[in-house]
Design a protein around this ligand. Sequence first.
Ligand code: MEV
Length: 437
Amino acid sequence: MIEQTKIRGFSQLETDEKRKIIAQACFNNQHEADYFNEFTLNDKALQETFEQFSENTLTNHHLPFGVIPNVRIDDRIYHVPAVIEESSVIAAAAKAASFWFDRGGFKTIDERFVKNGQVYFSWNNTDKWLETNKNKLFSYLKNATSHLTESMEKRGGGITGFDIKKLTDNNLDAYKLTVYFNTADSMGANFINTVLEEIANALPLFAEQHNMNEPEIIMAILSNYTPENSVTLELSCPVEELTWNSTLPPKQFAEKFVKAMQIAQNDVSRAVTHNKGIMNGTDAVVLATGNDYRATEAAVHAFASEGGQYSSLSKAEISDGIFRMQLKLPMALGTVGGLTKIHPTASLALKMLNNPTAPELMKIAAAAGLANNFAAVAALVSTGIQHGHMKLHLNNILMSENATQEQRRLAKKWFANRTVSVQAVRAFLQNHNEMAQ
Ligand code: MEV
């Protein structure tokens, strides 16, 4: 049953009016409109910048902007900006980054930067003709798009190749024309889609020039599946240097760690959580730098299923007394274009990283992922995850229980060597209140 009337012309209204209408419609209360206003910035011009990123903006939704200090990658040191709401993520990444800083840091062992997009079409002619003439078609399409690719070519990018394939599975009868791109330091989504749409226009003209039937263009779109746009990072050290904590001697720790990694490679239940732990760090950097975390998530999880079964993105081994851990992350990040310069804190984040190139940013985001992954698996095979997690979550519990500043101070002292849980915190606060009366 529809209880409310449809709101018409909403997107054309001023922000204040939008707030009032939504406050009335959703809360039946005008006060909530003021509440939306409370989280906006005093600087009107800056607030307008935020509002213009999207449509129908009512207020700002704040998340903590933190830093993972001392991330050493290929012997360069970064203090990595990270935006995340989960209390233990930055602490875990910082601890792992510091630990590995002293053991050589993160090393790049593979990098590749090829993006791709497709034009799907029904050919309506013989397959053989297309096969014979495909190279002619590719150079025609390259020429037809040269006005769009010229400036990208000056920045070292452009179209790097073509491929054509007939899709026949499940009685499908369609062609897939793949175009490969290098988009330099931009994520490149707009560039790729513009070029693909021009190719979609040029393809029927090519057929017409060769007296062929007109192909039907089904769609043209970039692919977020970017296995050839990836970085692979490695951490390594002699097993005896794996002195992560005092609960396990290094050799036993390393062996248990590798077994946990093998479980993540072979068991979907574990692989999904394992990869979520990687993305805790990676997404935080992607968000901080104004990049598209949905595209990143889609890319990495598709890649995790590449072998036909969802598996872990990282692996570890011990060989000749050396512990090695690797992470390969396919993703498409940019350091120019999009929100990177216009979002004030995204631009600040990039400045903190000394305005990196896109490949460099991919390594930084992967290093944050690998740091979180190492810290999570290390905790899982030694102390367990809740010990550290709940300590950091203590603040959130205290806030939700409306603890006073004094109660918070005492609670942190009390729980320094005790197990944190919602019940335990409630009992502590109750006790504290009774004693105060
Ligand atoms: C929690 O956000 C992430 C972990 O569950 C990751 C993992 O289990 O590897 C701790």
